[in-house]
Design a protein around this ligand. Structure first.
Ligand code: TNX
Length: 517
């Protein structure tokens, strides 16, 4: 399938030497041109054309998804696109329908397009939302003014049947090193959900700052989130509980589940600045705005440590509807191995006590209590004996190998932002690996999915986030969703996606590995 053809209709600039004849209707976007690549695509029959009379048809239970579709299409098309329970006979419709489909699971959908309408069918709203993201990509990115009105908004005819390879397709944003505001996080949620990313892990506390309100320990944010708490003393800020709940709600309306992280027993300097009793000697350390890691530790032998940890877990669990609570556990170089185990043996069960599944960086796998937890693999090797032993006891794994999935790493030596300790990660590097088989001693059956962490030591603005995330987050999203991996196909589809990012104002990286439309 030559997908770049499909993008020719997005004539932001006239094609050199071959201007489309005025009044000609361009071919619609090819059905197979979607990112992540759908499971099955069968083009056939005539296209559907949106008109000023098109309606959105949806049951009341799918109103949220219908609203998302309407708000995506109304501004671009200028059409009213009213949402109705039942489209009157003969009225062209974009229809959302739920039913029972064995093949589709919780997130799959079937999209059919023909002369009279486009229908998305699924088992529930998660699948309908995924189908809506596909439909958005089947409409043109931008319209050439010479295209006649009736031919502008066409969806190619045919059928897509689609469902994810993995249930966990995540992105992580570091709120601690530089704080990113609620509108910035919402924009990132919008951008990731287009690629069917369904988990957002928020790294909410680290040595430099503490970014989530905890009522029982108020100085965490009044001190730890004060102005100047951030790398280089830039930024500061925190999420109030109301902000956090607002983000949880906004995300859930886009089929994204928030996973909050409080990193411990290391990466806790900001908490210790606010509460010196959390150090072993009771003396407050100086605030830190540099990017060193591995120097701070909670005091493993003090009871106050566990009162603190339990209060934080209880308050976080109470405002988090999702199943996971991330308790960090990485780079605890200032904690002895014995203390680390003692800490994790006590803290992992606390997460379960408040009804959540513990999630942590792969170092937690050393603790026997991690057998019910999810371990996030961030190493550079293709095997890990400690993790493999934990997996044999029941631990599940999310794959974030730093040399492949760390989207805070530079693309190449010239990238102005980012770090490079795990190596350069060009788009093809981020794409060309298999989360199911990457760890040779962990079976694919233990892998829940994949996550792309975005650490923010060097990132301040939304533009910075976007430049590092795109196109690599789209590559990782495809590894999490699609059953097959094909670089030539991805390269063509992501090149054709470029005009959409331009249209959305997303500051993506124009990788030289991709021919951008
Ligand atoms: C390592 S990866 C860290 C973070 C840094 C990151 C920068 C991990 C679990 N810990 O503290 O921000 O490298 O790439």
């Amino acid at each position: 399938m030559r997908l770049r053809l499909a993008a020719l209709l997005v004539v932001a600039l006239p094609l050199a030497g071959a201007p489309a004849p005025a009044g000609a209707a361009p071919a619609p976007v090819a059905l197979g041109s979607v990112v992540p690549a759908p499971v099955q695509v069968r083009p056939h029959g005539p296209a559907f054309r949106l008109t000023p009379h098109t309606v959105i048809e949806a049951p009341a239970s799918a109103r949220n998804v219908a609203d998302r579709l309407a708000e995506a299409l109304r501004p671009a098309t200028g059409y009213r696109l009213p949402i109705v329970g039942h489209a009157p006979r003969g009225v062209p419709a974009l229809s959302l329908a739920t039913g029972h489909f064995d093949q589709l699971g919780a997130e799959g959908y079937r999209l059919t397009s023909g002369r009279s309408g486009v229908r998305i069918a699924a088992n529930g709203n998660a699948g309908l939302f995924a189908g809506v993201q596909t439909l958005r990509q089947l409409l043109p990115a931008a319209i050439d003014a010479s295209t006649p009105r009736h031919a502008r908004w066409a969806v190619a005819g045919g059928e897509i049947v689609d469902y994810p390879r993995f249930g966990f397709r995540g992105a992580m944003l570091d709120e601690a090193r530089h704080f990113h505001t609620v509108p910035e996080v919402k924009a990132y949620i919008d951008e990731m959900s287009r690629f069917k990313v369904n988990y957002l892990h928020l790294h909410l506390a680290d040595d430099q700052g503490w970014r989530i309100q905890i009522d029982s320990w108020p100085r965490l944010t009044t001190v730890g989130g004060a102005p100047g708490t951030g790398v280089d003393g830039v930024g500061g800020g925190y999420l109030t509980k109301a902000d956090y709940r607002d983000l949880v709600r906004y995300a859930s309306q886009r089929d994204v589940t928030i996973v909050p992280e409080i990193d411990m027993p290391g990466h806790v300097n900001a908490a210790q600045v606010a509460y010196p009793e959390l150090t072993c000697d009771g003396v407050a350390p100086p605030p830190r705005t540099d990017t060193e890691v591995g120097y701070s530790s909670l005091c493993i032998g003090k009871e106050v440590t566990y009162r603190f940890v339990e209060d934080v877990i209880r308050e976080l669990a109470a405002m988090t509807p999702g199943p996971y609570l991330h308790i960090g556990g990485d780079e605890a170089h200032a904690t002895t191995a014995a203390d680390y185990l003692a800490f994790e043996q006590r803290v992992l069960p606390l997460v379960a006590k408040y009804g959540k599944t513990a999630y942590g960086w792969n170092e937690i796998a050393a603790a026997p209590a991690a057998h019910r937890a999810v371990a996030q693999y961030w190493g550079l090797d293709t095997s890990n004996a400690t993790l493999a032993a934990a997996v044999a006891q029941g631990t599940k794994v999310v794959m974030s190998p730093a040399n492949l999935a760390y989207i805070d790493q530079k693309y190449d030596a010239n990238t102005p932002l980012g770090l490079d300790w795990a190596g350069y990660i060009e788009v093809r590097t981020a794409y060309d690996w298999d989360p199911g088989t990457h760890l040779t001693d962990v079976p694919a059956s233990a892998v829940l999915g994949v996550e792309a962490p975005l650490w923010s030591e060097t990132l301040r603005s939304l533009d910075d986030i976007e430049f590092m995330a795109f196109p690599r987050l789209a590559a990782i999203a495809e590894l999490g969703w699609s059953p097959h991996r094909d670089w030539a196909s991805f390269r063509a589809r992501i090149g054709a996606y470029g005009p959409r990012w331009v249209e959305q104002g997303v500051d993506f990286y124009r990788s030289p590995q991709v021919d951008w439309d």
